[in-house]
Design a binder for this molecule. Structure first.
Ligand code: PLP
Length: 358
């Protein structure tokens, strides 16, 4: 059987069915149903965050964040090392992404290069806690305050991660999360916005339901509402989260013990608690990475090139900006398979193939 980079976690079927039978007895499928409300409450408690809005997916969460903060044009300073949705959500909202290169240690935006990218057109900074590694949130806030900018975090990888004793998702004006099936915590499809300011949270709540409450139409909105079945999956998954993270930690440590000195690994910051969302490994060259991929593919094992290409290289951008560190790392990095059902023997086999090739 093939091994892919990830495999969605599925809770015991009876646990999901219990929630589904509630849906069948109350007949409510969507529009702020009881399970959506219950999940919002439980996630806010679990993460110890306020102003939590559960939405259809992480991309809509990013777009709603831009909209709710009143950003209609201008430049958004962002990272080139992420999933493409970070950049496309900026473009979709008629803004221009301005890329700032990354830290070679943990692949997050290099805060020492942000100020040089700020112009009179800059409206916001959109960094990513990529793979669950914390950005330098204090420095980013300091720069945002100095220049009067908003901060929107793409927190799609940061669920369960902490920084300085708080959820990593609690920083910035808004953090957008993704609960897609491939993420650490999922609701099949899903996402959320976590807002610092209660008024912004209210505006977002209005915008995600077409911009109206009953007969009161007050702004242009979109449909970002989540349904009861996805909430049911979230509720069934959430109770298993501590064991999910513990298992992933165990698997990451097994990889670490077998790949020590073979691949380069990112560094977890001193004040951070990592969530084991991914197992990124940096090879010495793209050639080495491709050889490893070939050898693994012969055994039906498929890691993924996360993230490649570096987003500043996207063909549909109006101008090319250079980010040498991100471009270099993008060519040499891959995420190795990591999911709850992955067996020790499988990791041992993967690592043996990698070690033999290198
Ligand atoms: C998955 C992901 C998204 C998009 O989330 P969806 O829920 O799939 O829309 C955005 N940014 C990053 C970094 C992601 O990994």
């Amino acid at each position: 059987m093939s091994i892919y980079v990830t495999k969605p976690y599925l809770p015991p079927l009876e646990e999901y069915e219990q929630y589904v039978s509630q849906i069948f007895s109350n007949g409510i499928l969507t529009n702020e149903g009881p399970l959506v409300k219950e999940l919002e409450k439980k996630l806010s408690d679990f993460l110890e965050v306020q102003n939590f809005r559960y939405v259809t997916n992480g991309t809509i969460a990013l777009q709603l964040a831009i909209k709710a903060l009143g950003i209609e044009d201008g430049e958004i300073v962002t990272t080139p090392f992420s999933y493409v949705a970070t950049t496309t959500s900026i473009l979709w909202e008629h803004c221009t992404p301005v890329f700032v290169d990354i830290e070679p240690d943990n692949f997050t935006i290099d805060v020492n290069k942000i100020e040089a990218a700020i112009t009179p057109k800059t409206k916001a900074i959109m960094p990513v806690h990529v793979f669950g590694y914390a950005c330098d949130v204090d420095k980013i806030q300091e720069i945002a305050d100095k220049y009067g900018l908003k901060v929107i975090y793409d927190g799609a990888h940061a669920f369960g991660a902490k920084y300085k004793g708080k959820s990593l998702l609690s920083y910035g004006d808004i953090t957008a999360c993704s609960f897609h099936a491939t993420k650490l915590f999922h609701t099949i499809e899903g996402g959320a916005c976590i807002c610092k300011d209660q008024n912004i949270a209210k505006k977002l709540a209005l915008m995600m339901q077409f911009g109206h409450y009953a007969d009161d139409y007050s702004c242009v909105g979109i449909n970002g509402k989540q349904d009861e079945f996805n909430a049911a999956m979230g509720l069934a998954n959430l109770v298993h989260l501590p064991e999910i993270i513990a298992k992933r930690k165990y698997l990451c440590e097994l990889y670490d013990s077998l790949l020590l000195g073979i691949v380069q690994r990112p560094k977890v910051q001193a004040d951070a608690v990592y969530n084991y969302a991914y197992y990124p490994a940096v090879f010495k060259s793209e050639e080495e990475l491709l050889k490893v991929f070939d050898a693994l593919a012969k055994e039906g094992i498929h890691p993924r090139r996360y993230f490649y290409p570096s987003l500043n290289m996207l063909s549909y951008l109006k101008e090319t900006q250079s980010c040498p560190i991100s471009e270099d790392i993008s060519k040499r990095i891959a995420c190795l398979p990591l999911y709850v059902g992955l067996r020790d023997e499988e990791i041992i086999k993967i690592c043996k193939i990698i070690v033999d090739i290198i």
